[in-house]
Design a protein around this ligand. Structure first.
Ligand code: SF4
Ligand code: SF4
Length: 357
């Protein structure tokens, strides 16, 4: 694990150009310069130089972050904001017994118990008729997907059991722990998951953009691997040029999760959906504000961001808002229920396509 000192050079690369302010969902809502990476880097530079103490105040600003990574995508210096922010959170937690105890409670009691409880209602994926095809896909289901236990049913319907899906019962990708500075639990998830990947696996398939992004980042936290490539089920469906026909005419829009790097598959899928009209929403790639524990720690800001998203969804007049991240899906469902038109349904891409399969 690298420490904050290691990033001193990278922190110095920040030219204070402010481009990150234009894309940061927190800055857009609060206008607070300490909340965006530019401001965070000024403080962390002081900490790395031992001019400042990594105080509770600085940690509160570190927690004002959805981990969307948009600031890094737009940063001309290419500074990896999430890696630096998560490292600083880890250093803060390391220095505070109370924070370590809170993380212990969260990881061991709330999270472990919650996932075990949800897994009770979901089944491991079992492919039928595997002799039909020798195509094998290693599926990383992810823990939030346990809340939506029908994913297996949708996959069976879409692929008609013509592919073999290997579901090694992976653990959580570790993102909730990484975002809380709990490196012990994150490393446990990382190591367990790496041990479960079958040999000669070219790609890991997910339907969660956040899991995919975290798995691809594993290489930053371990020497055991160079690179792991992930693909979204949407990319497989587009590559296979699969066709869908909806019985009843439907209108749909798409929310692009912040962690989804490439949504080129969407265009092809849209063309292949008969009787389904796509309407692009305004700012379709803006954060939904959910972001796991961020929504709990910063409820008001999270809901402000979510309200904007719901407004944009409603303006499309669509029947469905489709996405490829179970966390975003949970947030969108809550947002539509609380602030929006209850007739609009938030569904995963797999659920949506299963309707037309
Ligand atoms: S975009 Fe990058 S270089 Fe510019 S202020 Fe933000 S962090 Fe600094
Ligand atoms: S990761 Fe996202 S929320 Fe966090 S500082 Fe960067 S743009 Fe803002």
């Amino acid at each position: 694990m690298k420490d904050l000192k290691y990033f001193e050079k990278e922190l110095n690369k920040c030219s204070k150009c402010g481009l990150c302010q234009g894309v940061c969902p927190i800055y857009k809502q609060t206008g607070n310069e300490c909340a965006v990476s530019k401001g965070k880097f000024i403080m962390l530079n002081g900490v790395a130089k031992n001019d400042l103490e990594l105080s509770d105040v600085i940690n509160n600003y570190l927690n004002l972050c959805t981990g969307c990574g948009k600031c890094s995508d737009f940063c001309p210096a290419g500074i990896d904001a999430c890696h630096i922010i998560n490292t600083a959170k880890y250093e803060y937690v390391k220095s505070k017994n109370i924070e370590q105890f809170k993380n212990f409670l969260f990881s061991k009691i709330v999270f472990d118990f919650g996932i075990k409880f949800l897994k009770f209602f979901t089944k491991k994926f079992k492919t039928k008729n595997t002799n039909i095809s020798d195509e094998k896909f290693v599926y990383f289901k992810g823990c939030v997907n346990q809340i939506f236990p029908n994913t297996d049913k949708y996959l069976s319907k879409i692929f008609k059991n013509k592919i073999e899906i290997i579901d090694p019962d992976f653990e959580c990708c570790g993102l909730p722990f990484l975002m809380n500075g709990d490196m012990k639990s994150f490393n446990k998830c990382l190591n367990n998951n790496l041990n479960l990947i079958p040999q000669n696996t070219d790609f890991i398939i997910t339907d969660c953009a956040s899991c995919a992004d975290t798995i691809e980042k594993y290489k930053k936290y371990t020497d055991k691997i160079n690179n792991i490539k992930t693909l979204n089920w949407g990319e497989i469906i587009a590559q296979k040029n699969m066709k869908f026909k909806f019985k009843k005419s439907v209108k749909f829009t798409f929310h692009k999760p912040c962690h989804l790097k490439n949504d080129d598959f969407l265009e092809k899928i849209i063309k292949n959906c008969d009787n389904a009209q796509y309407i692009k929403m305004n700012n379709y790639d803006d954060c939904c504000g959910f972001a796991g524990s961020f929504a709990v720690k910063n409820f008001k800001i999270s809901q402000k961001i979510l309200k904007e998203k719901i407004k944009n969804i409603e303006a499309t007049n669509a029947d469905y808002v489709v996405t490829v991240c179970p966390s975003c899906l949970a947030g969108l469902k809550q947002g539509l229920l609380t602030y929006g038109n209850k007739n609009i349904k938030a569904v995963s891409l797999l659920e949506f396509l299963a309707m037309g399969a």
